[in-house]
Design a protein around this ligand. Sequence first.
Ligand code: SF4
Length: 294
Amino acid sequence: MEYTFNTFDKLLDICGSENKKIYEVMQEKEACDFELDINTVRNKVLRNINAMKSAVKQGLNSDEKSLSGLCGDDCLKLKEKYKKNKALFGSLYEKITLYALATMEENLRMNKIVACPTAGSCAIVPSVIIALSEEKNISEEEQINLLITAGTIGYIISSKVAMAGAVAGCQAECGVASAMSAAAAVQALGGNEKQIINAAALALKNILGLTCDPVAGLVEIPCVKRNVFLAIHAITAAELSLAGITSKIPPDEVVDAMLQTGQLMSPLLKETSQGGLAVTKSGIIISKELNKRN
Ligand code: SF4
């Protein structure tokens, strides 16, 4: 079916009038746009899920540092911590935080990850979908549905805001990934289409203005830990949405606000490493040491 939508309102209209789920609409759109059958679309999504799982598996067992030597052993530290003291919030929380660190550390080792929506924010969606799928015994078919729904959220936001820290700050990378994950989490927990989109809006509106200020220009500090925090942020948005707590600012308007916030943001805070954490005393020392080494 040839569906055209670039707003959440329009997507919800289609879901309502066609009596379809978000992932059904999106997979049909994708099949139509790229002249594929739906099974081919779903197999492509499954390949991405499998790549995400491989990154998690590999990352959970590695302490190889990044080329800079700044990061790479945090996942193992957290794993050790959980062996001795369980997380306060239980096993889902443990898995999400570990899987997010595992994936981001694989990214900085230059190993294979799925940019989701970007490499710098690659750990949020996988950690939420994989951890929830394990904890809730979610089938492979439903995991595909979850990733398609997450992708739909990203697709709509990207029709207004380019997903790049250099364009709109980290709200357009980790923020969008958190919104995508919140949507997937609501679906995994049985929420309806409105709740799915509302969760994305809740997640997004609470990170508006998030800057991109990577130390030494590397996607390491603060990116690695930020992925962990924003994965958990997604679960909070999902829980609120499932409780019927709605964003008083409609989802499409939240995206408009994100666009405007990105435009108002100083270029110093958009991946130039000329502001924020990158120019703190310690950020500058790290940067100079790396320059000397190179
Ligand atoms: S801080 Fe910048 S480089 Fe790091 S993940 Fe966010 S947008 Fe990407």
